[in-house]
Design a protein around this ligand. Structure first.
Ligand SMILES: NC(=O)c1ccc[n+]([C@@H]2O[C@H](COP(=O)([O-])OP(=O)(O)OC[C@H]3O[C@@H](n4cnc5c(N)ncnc54)[C@H](O)[C@@H]3O)[C@@H](O)[C@H]2O)c1
Length: 363
């Protein structure tokens, strides 16, 4: 074979690898570090078994699914939220479908805004299980309202619940982790803890505040390498978040029955969260496209990100005023769904379609 032909073949391979990489990225549903950890890193099944895990906001959505997936790993579970009967329902399902016994699950009603109760709640967990290995700060509410129409009470509520409630509980658990020199503090932040999202000024602010808090706390804990802090930043995920979102007034419900089909499945988001926990990743982005791409743009090409955000914001506010909850009508989003359907080589984060010898091309 002549040198020229060999060079052409190599160039073709490189081009093919590039196209595969691009397709793969366009259908990626998490940042590349997390996908790598899912592929090559530590498995939740090896790392999280036997741990004592405290999940807030466990009565619905992401927290509920987390309880189900954790119960299959054989952890000891503490389920917290405000509604006792909902927690009982989640516990029953964990016992039916998981590997846990009655004694492995503690139901602990908790209101994140009632900060004076957090110390007692922490003592109750320690009394029951003797330790807390993982605290998952998941409980929270979102917002759907224009800033100009929103009462200051709504901003106060979002900060009290999403930010101060989470900080308060973390501060109660932290001395115990410091004493043991180990533990994981996992916080369900959001992609809007990084980027801007219209109609959610108060929610975005609370999540940005959490990101600043936990990044700084991590630096303060540098002398305790056994204590890890993970910020989980999901994009849209199927849950009750929009239904429960605050509006212009604290007492006014959204009344939204928004279409959730364009959002990421809760089970996939939670699986990736478990991978992040097992691998002690500092910050992870979990989202379908085009939202994942937006986070990358915000991080690496902010000028372009601002231009796109402003264009999308106009459309989103128009949609909101006509009673439609955002992006599933966006042409860009539809485009990405088409790419996803048409790229089997990059299927579901696995490499089933790629011959063993060619896998090096993908990373
Ligand atoms: N679903 C999404 O699209 C999405 C995206 C990014 C981030 N998140 C974050 O994920 C977390 C979970 O939300 P979700 O999507 O499962 O929504 P959800 O509404 O289904 O669940 C929220 C949970 O928080 C609990 N909660 C609310 N107020 C509370 C309080 N005062 N005290 C204690 N618990 C309280 C609720 O009872 C519920 O269990 C939130 O922090 C949210 O900000 C969600």
């Amino acid at each position: 074979m002549s040198w020229e032909l060999l060079l052409w073949l190599l160039a073709l391979c490189a081009l093919l690898a590039l196209v595969v990489q691009l397709l793969r990225f366009l259908r990626a549903d998490a940042d590349l570090t997390l996908l790598w950890a899912e592929w090559q890193g530590r498995r939740p099944e090896w790392e999280l078994t036997d741990m004592v895990v405290w999940v807030t906001g466990a009565s619905s959505g992401i927290g509920e699914e987390l309880a189900y997936q954790l119960s299959k790993l054989g952890v000891s579970l503490v389920l917290s939220a405000r509604r006792m009967h909902e927690l009982e329902r989640v516990k029953r399902k964990c016992l039916e479908n998981g590997n846990l016994k009655e004694k492995d699950i503690l139901i602990l009603p908790l209101d994140l805004t009632d900060r004076s109760s957090h110390e007692m709640a922490t003592k109750a967990v320690l009394q029951e299980f003797g330790r807390i290995d993982i605290l998952v700060n998941n409980g929270g509410v979102s917002q759907r309202a224009l800033c100009v129409d929103t009462s200051l009470d709504v901003f106060k509520e979002l900060i009290e619940l999403n930010y101060l409630g989470t900080v308060s509980l973390t501060k109660c658990v932290l001395p115990h982790m410091i004493e043991r020199k180990q533990g994981k503090i996992v916080t369900v932040n959001s992609m809007v803890g990084i980027i801007a999202a219209p109609l959610s000024t108060g929610y975005c602010a609370s999540k940005h505040a959490l990101r600043g808090f936990f990044n700084t706390l991590r630096s303060e804990l540098a002398t305790y390498p056994g204590i890890t802090i993970s910020n989980i930043c999901p994009g849209p995920v199927q849950s009750n978040i929009v239904k429960n979102a605050l509006t212009e007034e604290v007492t006014k419900p959204t009344g939204s029955t928004a279409d959730q089909s364009y959002k990421m499945a809760t089970s996939r988001c939670v699986r990736l969260m478990l991978v992040a926990m097992a691998n002690d990743l500092k910050e992870v982005w979990i989202s379908d496209q085009p939202f994942l791409l937006m986070i990358y743009l915000w991080q690496y090409m902010p000028t372009l990100a601002w231009w796109l955000t402003n264009k999308a914001a106009k459309r989103r506010i128009e949609n909101f005023k006509s009673g439609v909850d955002w992006v599933h009508v966006s042409p860009l989003s539809k485009h990405f769904h088409t790419i996803k359907r048409c790229s089997p080589i990059c299927s579901t984060g696995s490499f089933d379609f790629v011959p063993e010898g060619c896998r090096f091309l993908l990373f």
